[in-house]
Ligand binder design. Structure first.
Ligand code: DSN
Length: 423
């Protein structure tokens, strides 16, 4: 497909080639990114992009749904089996829309919601003050414990009893520890709230059976389909049978028009891929790599929020190194190590120039890197931090990072024969 693009639009082809080369020639540590399989790539780039399919299988508003109905049913069934859920909606365009649909299915504008505070690791849509979620709803965020960097379930319970929210959201976007979804379910029941769990980051770890599944403990579970799940950029909602109709109505016609059928096709592929022993082994290795990376970073004197990790991500508190997160992220990018600067709990610095750096292991693990390489990468990060104003040292690390990348080639869909794929 990519070679055909060269023929039809050489300018865009060249940019796609450059991005493929960038992804191939860098150690990608953004915890929400990954490399999808060739099958997922082909499905999401195929002819299903041509089809409108408002409605649901058997109840569409456009004709010509002989195949789309089969694809959507298959994607739904695969998602239900994978997550052991009563019902799945595979239409959300992505995680933010999935969350909004989940809220719309259960509560009304003006109701109170309780999600993890954005600076402490919650997602924007969990009630952050810049998001629709605090404009449409009254947001009462729960923080993490400032001493431990972990969720304090007693404090969540206390806040819930005080504010009596209609909805409690579990799940996070920058939280390195396992989440006790059962505890959230119990607290929600105690105060008569619904419980929505957003597992966008850890869905791959959940389906592999490594992290607790929220499916038995939440009214609705929301997720993206990329990140650790390693599918295309999309969203899904899983719920108990009693909420199936409200969830479906909230997605369409509540919030969305026609579903992106090409993405849904690729979601179906990814669900099957995740339902294999190979995927479970991959998910285990993600965590082993994150732990190895965390251990080495601690040895190099980095402070990690909560002291380490149970999942795929690590949040580095850079205050003891006197380097702003943004400055380190940009220097690492020049050294072919791609991360994102991030707020840390109780961050004294603003979100645009915060004190933390967020890194994660899903993409490097897909390339086949293991604990030894995780240790090497920690060394690269340390060298860049120690030489933050020394550009030639940073460029040297870039050469070593490129060499490491060359030993762990990425899946072959963007390796273009005869082209320079690593510069
Ligand atoms: N932007 C995603 C992340 O990087 O975690 C969350 O939506």
């Amino acid at each position: 497909m990519i070679n055909a693009l060269e023929q039809y639009d050489p300018q865009i082809y060249e940019l796609v080639r450059q991005e493929g080369a960038r992804q191939s020639g860098a150690i990608r540590l953004i915890p929400s990114e990954n490399y999808v399989s060739r099958a997922v790539m082909l499905a999401s780039g195929g002819c299903l992009t041509n089809k409108y399919a408002e409605g649901y299988p058997g109840r569409r508003y456009y004709e010509g749904q002989q195949v789309t109905d089969l694809i959507e049913k298959m994607a739904r069934e695969r998602a239900k089996k994978l997550f052991k859920a009563d019902h799945a909606n595979v239409q959300p365009y992505s995680g933010s829309v999935a969350n909004l649909a989940a809220y719309a299915a259960l509560i009304n504008p003006g109701d109170t919601i309780m999600g993890m505070s954005h600076v402490d690791g919650g997602h924007l849509t969990h009630g952050a003050n810049v998001s629709f979620s605090s404009k449409f709803f009254k947001s009462v965020p729960y923080p993490v414990n400032p001493d431990t960097g972990r969720i304090d379930y007693d404090q969540v319970e206390k806040l819930a009893k005080e504010h009596r929210p209609k909805l409690i959201i579990s799940g996070a976007t920058a939280y390195p520890r396992e989440i006790d979804f059962e505890a959230f379910g119990r607290i929600a029941k105690e105060v008569g709230a619904y419980h929505i769990s957003d597992i966008a980051h850890i869905a791959g770890l959940v389906v592999a059976g490594i992290h607790q599944s929220p499916v038995p403990h939440a009214d609705i579970v929301s997720s993206t389909t990329h990140k650790t799940l390693r599918g295309p950029r999309g969203g899904i909602l899983l719920c108990k049978a009693e909420h199936a109709k409200s969830v479906d109505r909230a997605v369409f016609p509540g919030l969305q028009g026609g579903p992106h059928m090409h993405t849904m096709t690729a979601v179906a592929v990814a669900m099957a891929e995740a339902d294999t022993p190979e995927f479970a082994a991959y998910a285990k290795q993600i965590i082993k790599n994150a732990k190895a990376l965390a251990e080495k970073l601690l040895e190099y004197g980095f402070n990690l929020t909560s002291g380490g990790t149970d999942n795929h991500l690590i949040l580095i508190d850079l205050r003891n190194k006197n380097i702003p997160g943004k400055k380190l992220a940009k220097a690492l990018d020049r050294a072919r190590i791609v991360t994102n600067y991030n707020s840390i709990p109780n961050d004294p610095a603003p979100p645009a120039n915060p004190s933390g750096l967020r890194i994660g292991t899903p993409a490097m693990t897909t390339r086949g890197m293991k604990e030894e390489q995780a240790g090497q990468i920690a060394g690269f990060i340390n060298t860049v931090a120690e030489n933050i104003d020394n550009e030639s040292a940073i460029q040297e690390v870039g050469k070593e990072a490129l060499l490491l990348c060359s030993h762990f080639p990425v899946p072959d869909h963007f390796i273009i024969p005869g082209k320079n794929n690593t510069v």
